[in-house]
Design a protein around this ligand. Structure first.
Ligand code: ADP
Ligand code: MG
Length: 227
């Protein structure tokens, strides 16, 4: 019964995500369509033309960001839940996040486990979830800073810690974290954390967040071991 329930919950998360993304991407597309229609008017001034083009590009960027928070790593593969070697998956994830970090002068500090650790889950979803959180950590840092990624066993659980020296969050922001569309960024979607939390929970993971304004943030994600 337990596993059946878990399966249903998992399916609901997945279809919920699919429904949200089509909803969210439709908005910028509709707006862009409107601007393009306006551009057909031959009497339009050059200034207005440029304005509509700029707004259209902004809306398309927004659609792009939404898709990357949801689906960068979703591949149309049949693979779903498998045994994942977390050290190995972290290698891949770090490879993806590395250029993003160095572009912003952020130093990555990686501490992997010296034993093989396995969890049960969907590879692409684990990638998406952790990359969304790491991206936020990097984006929270102004100027130089550090992003620490640690894998270890804590109380028998396989634990991934993502810690940044960024601007942190106050109590109110922490409360809103993970709710759809909460963002403090000019070009934010407010979807990355929600997606990450939902994917982690679908893999039986638990999340703890500690944050201090001006100091940084630490996400502790723990999964039951696969034995
Ligand atoms: P987005 O990154 O598009 O704003 P997210 O859902 O990924 O959307 O994040 C929502 C908000 O949560 C961010 O705008 C930011 O205010 C806050 N946040 C998330 N992670 C961190 C972090 N590591 N440090 C500081 N603030 C964070
Ligand atoms: Mg984000």
């Amino acid at each position: 019964l337990n596993t059946e329930l878990e399966k249903i919950e998992h399916l609901q998360t997945v279809s919920h995500l699919a429904a949200s993304i089509s909803h969210e991407v439709r908005n910028p597309l509709t707006v862009t369509r409107g601007f393009i229609q306006l551009l057909r008017d031959p009497a339009l001034s050059q200034g207005k033309k440029l304005m509509y083009i700029d707004l259209s590009l902004k809306e398309l960027d927004r659609a792009e960001h939404i898709i990357s928070d949801y689906l960068t790593f979703a591949k149309p593969s049949m693979e779903s839940d498998v045994s994942l070697n977390v050290n190995k998956e972290l290698d891949y994830i770090i490879q993806v996040i590395h250029p993003f970090a160095s572009m912003r002068n952020i130093a990555l500090h990686i501490k992997k486990a010296n034993q093989e650790l396995h969890i049960w889950g969907d590879r692409q979803k684990l990638h998406q979830a952790l990359i969304n959180l790491m991206k936020n950590g990097i984006e929270a840092i102004e100027g130089n800073g550090d992003l620490m990624i640690t894998l270890q066993v804590i109380d028998g659980n396989i634990t991934i810690i993502i810690e940044d020296t960024g601007n942190g969050m106050d109590q109110e922001q922490l409360q809103s974290l993970g709710t759809p569309f909460f963002t403090t960024k000019e070009k934010g979607t407010g979807l990355g954390t929600m997606v990450a939390f939902s994917l982690i929970r679908a893999m039986q993971g638990e999340i703890d967040v500690k944050s201090e304004c001006g100091k940084g943030t630490r996400f502790t994600i723990s999964f039951p071991p696969l034995s």
